[in-house]
Design a protein around this ligand. Structure first.
Ligand code: ME8
Length: 638
C-alpha cells in the first residue's frame, strides 16, 4: 500500500514563516501517521524558484538570482530539518532534471494539440504570479489590485502560447461529479464548481519579457509560465518520463495539501494539464485555511515574530505541533495565539496527559519497584476502560484517514480524560493502603496500557514525546497497526522509568513579558508600515561623497558597470552598479556621486561591490545623485 503526499513548493522570495511551516508540519503528521499504519509513504516538499516574483526579489537584494535561490532553498531545507520534517525528497524547480521534465510535459501537451499561439492582454499580479481579466481585479484608491493578495496588478500585453483549458471544462465537471471527495473541504469544492459553471477560459502559459524560467520547447524566446512549471513538480519528483517504475508506484498522488488561495491552480488547471497528457488525476486536493499570528496577518514586516524557530525554541517542537492541530481546526482559518498555546500546554499536555503518566509511574515505582505489574483481579471499571480505549483507536483511525485531524486529537483527549476518571474512581492509593495489591496491579497495568495507546495515537503529532513515553513505560517495539488495535500490548515486567514530568507548565503571567516585547514590535511594525523611520534609523546609514576614478562595463552583463571610487579618508573602493543602460563608462569618470559607504559588501555577477551608489529613477529614466558644488571625496552627508 502506497501513499503519496505533497505540500506546495514554496516561493523562495523570502524566508519560510509559520504559514509555510503549518502546511509542512500537517503534511508531516499525515505522512508519519500513514507510515505508522503500514503504508509505503512518499512525502514531497520543495521550492518554487522561477518567475518574475523571484527574479525581482533577487534584483531588489542586488543578488545573482541562482545564488539567491540557492541560499533561500537552503534555509527551507534547514528549517525542515530543525522541525524534524520527514520528507522523502526536496524538489527545486531549478533542478535540471525538473526543467527537463517540464519541457517533456509541455511537449506532450503540444502533441495533443492543446497549445496555440495568441495575443495576451490582461492584468498580472507578480506576488501571486497570476493572470486576471478585467472582471476579476478589484479597485482600491484608484488602482487596480489583485483579488487574492490586494497588491497592485500590472497590465500585460504579450504574444504568448496558450493552453486550451476551456476544452477540459466538461471533463473536469464530470470528474468532480464522479469523485465527490476530489476537493476538500466541501466549501472549497463548491468554489471550484462555481468557476466550472461559469466556464474556464484558455490561459497564457508563456512569458517573453524576462528569461528566468524554463525555455519553451521550440520557441526559446518564451519561458514557461511559473505555475505550469511549478505544478509539474508533483510528477517530476517521482520520475515522470525518466523512472517509470517509481512513477507508476506512486502516481497518482493521494493528496496535494495546499492553502486555500492556490486551490484553483490545483483543482482545475493541474487536473486539466494531466488529462491533456493522459495521466490519472490526484485522488484528493485538500485546501486548508489561513493562519494569522496573534490576530495579525502574516507578513514579512513582522520579522522575527513569525519565525517558527522562535516558538519551537521556546516551547519545543511537539508542543507547537500539538497546538497547531488541536487549536486551529484543520481546514478552517485560525489564529496562532501564544496565549492559547500556553493554555493548551498547561491544561492538555501538562495536566491531563503529563500528570496522568507521572502519577501512574510514581505508584509503579513505589509499589512494584518500577516494573509494570501483571494484571489479574479485575474491577468493574476495567472492561469499560478497555472498550473505551479500543473504540477510541477505531475512531482515531477513521478521523485521521478522513483528514479530520483536530477531531482525531479531541477523541484522544477524551480518552485521556476517561483514563484520569478511571484512575480517580478506582482509587489506587486506597488499594495500596488496604494492601489490595492484585487489584492495584490491575489498575496500574490498565492505566499504563491506555497511556501507551495514547502515545501510539499521538506518535505522528508529538513524535519525541511518544518516544519518551514508550521509554518510560519500557515499551521497546515498533508501533504497528496490530499493536495499535490490540489491548494488552504492554508486557508485564517491563522496566518503567518514573522521571520528570513530561511537560513543564508556563505561568500565563510570564507571557506578559513576552506581550510587552510584542507590543514594541507591533508599534515598530505600525510605523514601518506607514513608512516612518526614526532619526536613529537614518543615522545608521553612512552617506558619503565619492569620486569616480575609473569605470568599465562588466563583461557578460548588459546592465552592470564596475567602478573604482575615491572615498577620501575611507580609501579607494570598488563599486558595481546597474548603470550601463543609462551612462557610458567614460561619462562617469570624474563625477562626484553619493554612496552608502557602510553597506555590507555583496557580489554582483561574481564581482564584489563595496557600497552602493544613489540614483533617481522614474520609468526608464535614471540619473545619478551628485553634489551641487565641489567638495572633497569622503565628505559625510548629514
Ligand atoms: O503559492 N496560513 O508558494 P508560497 C496558512 N509557489 N498557510 C500558509 C500561510 C498562512 N498564513 N501562508 C502561506 C506558492 N501558507 C506557490 C505554490 S505549488 C505547485 C506552488 C502556505 O510560498 C499554504 O500552504 O506563496 C500556501 O498555499 C502556501 O504556503 C503558499 O506558499
Amino acid at each position: 500500500m502506497k501513499f503519496y503526499i505533497t505540500t506546495p513548493i514554496y516561493y523562495v522570495n523570502a524566508e519560510p514563516h509559520i504559514g509555510s511551516a503549518y502546511t509542512t508540519i500537517i503534511a508531516d503528521i499525515i505522512a508519519r501517521y500513514k507510515r505508522m499504519i503500514g503504508y509505503d509513504v512518499f512525502f514531497l516538499t520543495g521550492t518554487d524558484e522561477h518567475g518574475l516574483k523571484i527574479l525581482q526579489a533577487a534584483q531588489a537584494a542586488g543578488r545573482d538570482v541562482k545564488e539567491f535561490c540557492d541560499e533561500l532553498a537552503g534555509k527551507f531545507k534547514q528549517l525542515w530539518k530543525d522541525l524534524k520534517i520527514t520528507n522523502d525528497f526536496f524538489i527545486r524547480t531549478t533542478d535540471p532534471q525538473h526543467e527537463e521534465t517540464v519541457r517533456f510535459f509541455v511537449k506532450k501537451m503540444m502533441e495533443n494539440g492543446d497549445i496555440y499561439k495568441g495575443k495576451y492582454s490582461g492584468w498580472y499580479c507578480v506576488h501571486c504570479e497570476t493572470y486576471y481579466d478585467e472582471s476579476e481585479v478589484l479597485e482600491k484608491d484608484g488602482k487596480k489590485v489583485c483579488p487574492t493578495c490586494g497588491r497592485e496588478v500590472k497590465w500585460v500585453e504579450e504574444e504568448n502560447y496558450f493552453f486550451r483549458l476551456s476544452k477540459y471544462n466538461d471533463a473536469l465537471k464530470k470528474h468532480f461529479e464522479e469523485n465527490p471527495d476530489f476537493v476538500e473541504p466541501d466549501f472549497r469544492k463548491n468554489e471550484m464548481l462555481k468557476i466550472l459553471e461559469k466556464g474556464l477560459k484558455d490561459i497564457s502559459i508563456t512569458r517573453t519579457t524576462f528569461k528566468w524560467g524554463v525555455p519553451f520547447p521550440g520557441d526559446e524566446k518564451h519561458v514557461i509560465y511559473v505555475w505550469v512549471d511549478a505544478l509539474i513538480n508533483y510528477v517530476s519528483a517521482i520520475g515522470y518520463g525518466r523512472d517509470e517504475e517509481t512513477f507508476n508506484k506512486y502516481w497518482p498522488a493521494d493528496v496535494h495539501l495546499i492553502g486555500k488561495e492556490i486551490n484553483r491552480f490545483h483543482s482545475l488547471i493541474w487536473p486539466a494539464m494531466l488529462i491533456s497528457v493522459g495521466l490519472p488525476l490526484p485522488k484528493k486536493i485538500f485546501a486548508h485555511g489561513w493562519l494569522t499570528v496573534n490576530g495579525q496577518k502574516i507578513s514579512k514586516s513582522l520579522g522575527n515574530a513569525i519565525d517558527p524557530r522562535r516558538f519551537v525554541e521556546k516551547y519545543g517542537n511537539d508542543v507547537i505541533r500539538y497546538y497547531l492541530v488541536r487549536d486551529i481546526v484543520f481546514g478552517k482559518d485560525g489564529d496562532f495565539s501564544e496565549e492559547k498555546l500556553v493554555t493548551r500546554l498547561n491544561a492538555d499536555l501538562a495536566n491531563d496527559y503529563g500528570n496522568l503518566l507521572h502519577r501512574t509511574l510514581a505508584m509503579v515505582k513505589k509499589h512494584f519497584s518500577n516494573k509494570i505489574p501483571k494484571p489479574s483481579e479485575s474491577t468493574d471499571l476495567d472492561p469499560q476502560l478497555k472498550e473505551k480505549t479500543l473504540k477510541t483507536v477505531e475512531n482515531y483511525i477513521k478521523l485521521m484517514d478522513s483528514y479530520k485531524l483536530t477531531e482525531a486529537l479531541e477523541t484522544v483527549w477524551d480518552l485521556i480524560s476517561f483514563v484520569n476518571t478511571y484512575f480517580d474512581r478506582t482509587r489506587p492509593w486506597i488499594l495500596a493502603k488496604e494492601g489490595k495489591m492484585e487489584k492495584l496491579a490491575t489498575v496500574l497495568y490498565n492505566t499504563s496500557e491506555a497511556i501507551l495507546k495514547v502515545a501510539m495515537m499521538t506518535l505522528p503529532i508529538m513524535p519525541d514525546t511518544s518516544e519518551e513515553v514508550f521509554r518510560r513505560l519500557g515499551f521497546k517495539e515498533k508501533v504497528t497497526p496490530e499493536l495499535l488495535k490490540t489491548w494488552g500490548t504492554l508486557k508485564p515486567g517491563s522496566e518503567a522509568i518514573h522521571g520528570k514530568p513530561l511537560f513543564e507548565k508556563i505561568e500565563l503571567k510570564d507571557l506578559k513579558k513576552v506581550a510587552e516585547v510584542k507590543k514594541g514590535v507591533k508599534e515598530k511594525v505600525r510605523s514601518e508600515e506607514a513608512g516612518i523611520i526614526t532619526i536613529d534609523d537614518f543615522a545608521k546609514v553612512d552617506l558619503r561623497v565619492a569620486k569616480i576614478l575609473s569605470a568599465e562595463k562588466v563583461e557578460g552583463s548588459e546592465k552592470l558597470i564596475k567602478m573604482e571610487i575615491d572615498l577620501g579618508e575611507l580609501g579607494k573602493r570598488q563599486l558595481v552598479g546597474g548603470l550601463a543602460k543609462y551612462y557610458k563608462p567614460e561619462e562617469l569618470v570624474g563625477k562626484l556621486i553619493i554612496v552608502v559607504a557602510n553597506l555590507k559588501p555583496r557580489k554582483l555577477f561574481g564581482i564584489e561591490s563595496q557600497g552602493m551608489l544613489l540614483a533617481a529613477k522614474k520609468g526608464d529614466k535614471l540619473t545619478l545623485l551628485t553634489v551641487e558644488g565641489e567638495i572633497e571625496p569622503g565628505a559625510k552627508i548629514s
